[in-house]
Design a protein around this ligand. Structure first.
Ligand SMILES: [Zn+2]
Length: 106
């Protein structure tokens, strides 16, 4: 969709164009058009606004620092590390008990 000033070329400093696209598509950086001299011209696009996209989960509307999925993953990893430390501590404790039990008999 092109506004009236752009279509009529009454304000030529910039053109404002509404572009509808799939949210998963990468925004175009340039586009081609035929100018008033019949020349094919490549024009760079400046976006006034683009949706924020998370670098972790790819979701829109939040950045990685605010990602709930990443936070849940970090909590799960923390819990797994704690469980691993606990199981290692239990194994060490069992080894110590076995050593203590063997000593008097050996
Ligand atoms: Zn995210």
């Amino acid at each position: 969709m092109i506004d009236k000033h752009t279509k009529d070329r009454t304000r030529v400093q910039f053109a404002r164009v509404l572009v509808e696209m799939e949210i998963t598509d990468k925004p175009e950086q340039t586009f081609w058009f035929v100018n008033e001299y019949g020349q094919l011209v490549e024009q760079e696009i400046e976006y006034e606004w683009l949706p924020v996209k998370c670098k972790h989960c790819g979701g829109f509307g939040h950045i990685m620092a605010e990602c709930r999925k990443l936070r849940r993953l970090q909590k799960r990893l923390q819990l797994m590390k704690l469980k691993l430390k606990l199981s290692q501590a239990i194994k060490l404790s069992l080894k110590e008990k076995k050593k203590r039990v063997r000593r008097p008999g050996s």
